[in-house]
Design a protein around this ligand. Structure first.
Ligand code: 0A1
Ligand code: ZN
Length: 875
C-alpha cells in the first residue's frame, strides 16, 4: 500500500478563505463531453486582498480561466489532479472557469453521470468538484443560477434546483432552461437532471397559503408506480407543519427516480434525486416492506429541507447534525403513521444489526468522527442510526415540549447557516436552561455502553434498590471512556404482572407514577423505591430509551412475565427476545449440542403470543421472530457461525414440535389473497409469513410453500414463499425461481429480488451459484442495486454461507471488491465491510478473512475509499 492517502482531521478545521456569493452555471450536455461554464462572485473572508483561493477539482479538464473578465496568466494559478490554486487576488472579484467533463464514462456515480438515458448528479459529499472547480465544502454557501442546454429530443426535461425562471431554443436546434434557487446553499445540494421523463404532478398548499407544485419524474416505463410516494410526500409536508411548524419554502418540490444510485436518495434543494428502490411502489411488484421504505425515505428527504438544507453542516465531521436529526424526525413521522411499537422494534433491530457490530469492530467511530480518509465511508449506521438515538435521548431527557423549544431556538439562531453538533446541543441546553456538557460525550465517544443493573429487595422495609453501573468498551483510539448521561425509562411489575406505583425515595409522597425516567450520569448509581409491597420484576429500558446493552440477570420466569404483561410494547417484545437468546447462548455453551433448546418458558411465552395474535398481528409477527444469527453472534466472545445456525434451527424445531399446529392455524387464518395495503392487512401478511417461515424449517413443507407461491396475490406473499423455497435444491425451487424471473424479467426492481433470494439461500453451494449469477445477462457491476442485491445480500445477510469453512465466500467477496474498486469505489468500500469483522470469528475463519483483506490491501491502484476500509480493517 504505497502512496497512502492522508487523513483529514476535525481539529484542523479552518474557516474558508473566501466566500462565494453567487454561482452562475451553464451546462452544455453533449454525448461526446459536457462543457461547464461557471461564473462566481467571490470575496475574501477577511475583506483583504492577497489570500490564495484554493478550489477543489477532480477529473476535470480546465479549458479557460479568467478573473474580472481578464484571462488569468499561467503564473497566477497552479492545477493538479485535486485542486486549482489562484494567487494575487483582489478582495472581491468575479471568477470565470470553463471545464470539460465526461459523464458517460463516470461509473463512480459521483458528480454528473448518466443513468440509463438520463443525466443526473450526486454531489454529496464531494461530487461537485467533479463538475467544476469550486471550494467544495459545506460552509461555503451561495445562490445558484443554472442554465442547461441540451438536445430537445433526447432530453426534453431539464431540471435544476429552485424555481424555473426562463427557457428557450438556440439556432442550432438545442433548447435550454434556466433555474434560480434563491436560498444560499452549499455545493453538495446542487442538482441537475436531463432526460426523457414522465411526470406525476400534484399540489400542496402550505399552512401560510403557498401553492406548491409537486412533481415526481420517472422513466416512462415506471409510470403508474408513484402514487404511494406522492401520498407520502403530502403527509410528510403536512406532518412537519403540524408537529414542528415547518413549511416548505419554494414554489416546487421535485423528485427524480434514477436506476443507478450509490445510496437511497438525496435531498438536493427543491430537486431530490432518488434511487428507484426508494420511490417506486405498487402492490404487484413491491413488498409491504418496500412500501414502508418508500414512505420513510420520501419523508426523510423532505425533512432535510429544514434539517440539512436551511440549516446545514459546517464541515463533514458534523454529518450527524443533519443525518441523526433527520432520521429521528423520519422515525417520529413513521411512528405517527401506524403502530409506534412495531416501528420502534424495527428501529432497534436495525440498530443492533448494523450499528452495534460497527461500534464493536475496527471501524468504530464516534457519532461525530475525529478523522477520515474518505468521507463517503462515514455515511454509517453510527452517524445515522446511533445519531438518531442521540436525538431521541434529548427528546426523552428534555421531554417533548423541551425538545420542541430546543428545535425552535435552533432554527431561530441558525437558519441559513452552516453549523456544528455543539451548536445543536447549545440550542437544546439554552432553550431549557439545562447543562448538557456531559451529554456531549455521545458525540465524542465511540462504543456501545453497557448498563449492568442489580437489585435488592428488603421485605421488612418494603424497599427496593436498583444499582446501575455503566461502562463502555475501548474502541480504536479511545482506550478509556467517561460516563454517559442517559435516560433509563423503567417500571416495576408485581408477581401478577401489574404495574406498581414508583415511590422514589426523596420524591414527594404523592408522586408515584407507574413509569419513571431515571437519569444515569455516573459510573454507579442507586435508586431506592419505597412502599414496595412484594419483590418486583424490573422492566428496564422501556422503549429502548438509550442505545446501550442492558444486563440484568433475569430468570426465565421473569422474562416470561414481562413478555406477557409489561405495559411497554418494546419491553414485551424484548423480554421474549432475551429469553430466546438466553436459551440459545446456553445451548452454545454446552460441550455436547443439546437435544432441545427451547424450554417451557419460551414455549409458553410464544403460545401466549399466538393466542393474542389477533389483537395486533404485526406485533405478534415481531414476537414470533427469533433473534437473528447475527444478533446471537454479537453476544459472543468467539463466533462459530455454523454452531449458531444449528442451535437456532434446533430451537425452531422445538417450537414446531410444540406449537406447529397452532402456527398452521395462525398461518391459515391470516394468509390473504388480496392486494390491500392498509395497516391491518399488512400486519396479517407479516404474521402469516412469519408463521410460514417457522413452519418451513420443519419437514414436508414443500406443498405448503408451493401453494403459497402459486396463490400469492401480492409481492410480499410471493417473495416470502420464493425465499423459503430457494433454501432447497429441488424442482419446486427451480420452478418457482424460473417462473418468477419469467414474469418480471423486465422489471429491474423485481429482478433485484430474484438475485437477492438466491444470495440468501442456505444451500451449501450458494457461493458457486452467486459466481454463476454474476455471469447472468441481467447482472451488472455498474448498477449498485444489482451489486447490493447479490453480493451485499450474500455477505451481510447470509452468514452461514458467507463463512463457509473453505473460504469460498470470502474469496468471492474479495474478487468482487477488487473489480468494483475500479468501477465504483464507494460501493466497493461498502461491500467490503463484512470482511473487516474477523476479530471474533473462530481462528480458521479469522485467517481466511484476513488473507482476503490482505490480498485487497496489496492490490495496485486502490481507491481512497477501499484503502481506508482495508487498512482499518486489518488493524
Ligand atoms: N444525504 C443523503 C444520503 C446520501 C449520501 C451520500 C450520497 O452519495 C454519496 C447520496 C446520498 C440522505 O441522507 O438521504
Ligand atoms: Zn439523510
Amino acid at each position: 500500500m504505497s502512496n497512502q492517502p492522508a487523513a483529514i482531521r476535525r481539529a484542523d478545521y479552518n474557516a474558508p478563505s473566501h466566500f462565494v456569493d453567487t454561482v452562475d452555471l451553464r451546462f452544455e450536455l453533449n454525448d461526446d463531453g459536457t462543457i461547464v461554464s461557471s461564473r462566481l462572485q467571490c470575496r475574501a473572508s477577511d475583506g483583504e486582498p492577497g489570500a490564495d483561493l484554493l478550489l477543489d477539482g477532480n477529473e476535470l479538464k480546465l479549458l479557460e480561466i479568467s478573473v474580472d473578465g481578464q484571462p488569468l496568466p499561467a503564473a497566477r494559478y497552479t492545477v493538479d489532479d485535486q485542486s486549482l490554486r489562484i494567487r494575487d487576488l483582489p478582495a472581491q472579484f468575479e471568477l470565470e472557469i470553463r471545464t470539460e467533463i465526461h459523464p458517460q464514462r463516470n461509473t463512480a456515480l459521483e458528480g454528473l453521470y448518466k443513468s440509463g438515458g438520463m443525466y443526473c448528479t450526486q454531489c454529496e459529499a464531494e461530487g461537485f468538484r467533479r463538475i467544476t472547480y469550486f471550494p467544495d465544502r459545506p460552509d461555503v454557501m451561495a445562490v445558484y443560477t443554472t442554465t442547461i442546454v441540451a438536445d430537445p429530443n433526447s432530453y426534453p426535461v431539464l431540471l435544476s434546483n429552485g424555481n424555473r425562471v426562463d427557457a428557450g431554443h438556440l439556432d442550432d436546434g438545442r433548447h435550454w432552461v434556466r433555474w434560480h434557487d434563491p436560498f444560499p446553499k452549499p455545493s453538495y445540494l446542487f442538482a441537475l437532471v436531463a432526460g426523457d421523463l414522465a411526470c406525476h404532478q400534484d399540489r400542496f398548499v402550505t399552512a401560510s397559503g403557498r401553492d406548491v407544485l409537486l412533481q415526481i419524474f420517472v422513466e416512462h416505463h415506471n409510470t403508474g408506480k408513484t402514487d404511494h410516494a406522492m401520498a407520502a410526500l403530502k403527509s410528510a409536508m403536512a406532518w412537519d407543519e403540524r408537529t414542528h411548524g415547518l413549511e416548505y419554502d419554494l414554489d416546487r418540490y421535485m423528485i427524480v427516480a434514477v436506476d443507478d444510485f450509490n445510496m437511497g436518495a438525496m435531498e438536493n434543494k427543491g430537486l431530490n434525486v432518488f434511487n428507484t428502490v426508494c420511490v417506486l411502489a405498487d402492490p404487484e411488484t413491491s413488498t409491504d416492506r418496500d412500501f414502508e421504505t418508500v414512505e420513510a425515505v420520501i419523508a426523510h428527504e423532505y425533512f432535510h429541507n429544514w434539517t440539512g438544507n436551511r440549516v446545514t453542516c459546517r464541515d463533514w465531521f458534523q454529518l450527524s447534525l443533519k443525518e441523526g436529526l433527520t432520521v429521528f424526525r423520519e422515525h417520529q413521522f413513521c411512528a405517527d403513521q401506524g403502530s409506534a411499537e412495531v416501528k420502534r422494534i424495527g428501529e432497534v433491530r436495525t440498530l443492533r444489526a448494523a450499528q452495534f457490530p460497527e461500534d464493536a469492530g475496527p471501524l468504530a467511530h464516534p457519532v461525530r468522527p475525529d478523522s477520515y480518509i474518505d468521507i463517503s465511508n462515514f455515511y454509517t449506521a453510527t452517524v445515522y442510526n446511533k445519531g438518531s438515538e442521540v436525538i431521541r435521548m434529548y427528546h426523552s431527557l428534555l421531554g417533548a415540549e423541551g425538545y420542541y423549544r430546543g428545535m425552535q431556538l435552533y432554527f431561530k439562531r441558525h437558519d441559513g447557516q452552516a453549523v456544528t453538533c455543539d451548536d445543536f446541543l447549545a440550542a437544546m441546553a439554552d432553550a431549557n436552561d439545562r447543562d448538557l456538557t456531559q451529554f456531549s460525550r455521545w458525540y465524542s465517544q465511540a462504543g456501545t455502553p453497557v448498563l449492568e443493573v442489580q437489585d435488592d429487595y428488603d421485605a421488612t422495609a418494603q424497599r427496593y434498590t436498583l444499582t446501575v453501573r455503566q461502562s463502555c468498551p475501548a474502541t480504536p483510539g479511545q482506550a478509556e471512556k467517561l460516563p454517559f448521561h442517559l435516560p433509563l425509562v423503567m417500571g416495576l411489575l408485581d408477581q401478577g404482572g401489574r404495574s406498581m406505583a414508583l415511590h422514589l425515595a426523596d420524591s414527594a409522597a404523592s408522586d408515584a407514577p407507574l413509569e419513571r425516567l431515571l437519569e444515569i450520569t455516573s459510573h454507579e448509581q442507586q435508586f431506592v423505591f419505597e412502599q414496595v409491597s412484594e419483590r418486583p420484576v424490573p422492566s428496564l429500558l422501556r422503549g429502548f430509551s438509550a442505545p446501550v446493552r442492558l444486563r440484568y440477570d433475569y430468570t426465565d420466569q421473569q422474562l416470561a412475565l414481562l413478555a406477557a404483561h409489561d405495559a411497554d410494547g418494546f419491553t414485551r417484545w424484548e423480554a421474549g427476545q432475551q429469553l430466546a437468546t438466553k436459551l440459545m447462548l446456553a445451548a452454545l455453551g454446552r460441550a455436547e449440542p443439546p437435544a432441545h433448546v427451547a424450554n417451557e418458558h419460551l414455549l409458553s411465552a410464544l403460545d401466549g403470543v399466538l393466542r393474542r395474535a389477533s389483537e395486533d398481528p404485526a406485533f405478534a409477527a415481531e414476537a414470533l421472530t427469533l433473534p437473528s444469527e447475527a444478533y446471537i453472534a454479537d453476544q459472543l466472545a468467539e463466533v462459530d457461525v455454523e454452531a449458531i445456525h444449528r442451535v437456532r434451527e434446533a430451537c425452531i424445531r422445538d417450537i414446531i414440535a410444540e406449537l406447529g399446529s397452532d402456527l398452521e392455524t395462525i398461518y391459515r387464518e391470516n394468509r390473504g389473497t388480496d392486494q390491500a395495503m392498509d395497516g391491518a392487512s399488512m400486519g396479517r401478511r407479516a404474521l402469516a409469513c412469519t408463521a410460514l417461515g417457522l413452519l418451513a424449517r420443519g419437514d414436508d413443507v414443500e406443498d405448503l410453500l408451493r401453494d403459497h407461491y402459486r396463490n400469492a396475490a401480492n409481492m410480499t406473499d410471493r417473495l416470502c414463499a420464493l425465499g423459503l423455497l430457494a433454501h432447497t435444491d429441488n424442482d419446486a425451487a427451480a420452478a418457482a425461481l424460473a417462473d418468477f424471473h419469467d414474469r418480471w424479467r423486465n422489471d429491474d426492481l423485481v429482478v433485484n429480488k430474484w438475485f437477492q433470494v438466491q444470495a440468501m439461500s442456505l444451500r451449501e453451494d450458494t457461493p458457486e451459484l452467486i459466481a454463476q449469477l454474476m455471469e447472468h445477462p441481467d447482472f451488472s457491476l455498474t448498477n449498485p442495486n444489482r451489486v447490493r442485491s447479490l453480493i451485499g445480500a450474500f455477505a451481510q445477510g447470509n452468514p452461514l454461507r458467507f463463512h463457509r469453512p473453505d473460504g469460498a465466500g470470502y474469496r468471492l467477496l474479495a474478487d468482487t471488491v477488487l473489480q468494483l474498486n475500479a468501477i465504483n469505489p464507494q460501493v466497493a468500500a461498502r461491500m467490503l465491510l463484512p470482511l473487516t469483522r474477523w476479530q471474533r470469528q473462530i481462528p480458521s475463519a479469522r485467517e481466511g478473512m484476513r488473507r482476503e483483506l490482505e490480498r485487497i490491501g496489496n492490490a495496485h491502484k486502490l481507491s481512497k475509499d477501499v484503502f481506508e476500509v482495508v487498512s482499518k480493517g486489518l488493524q
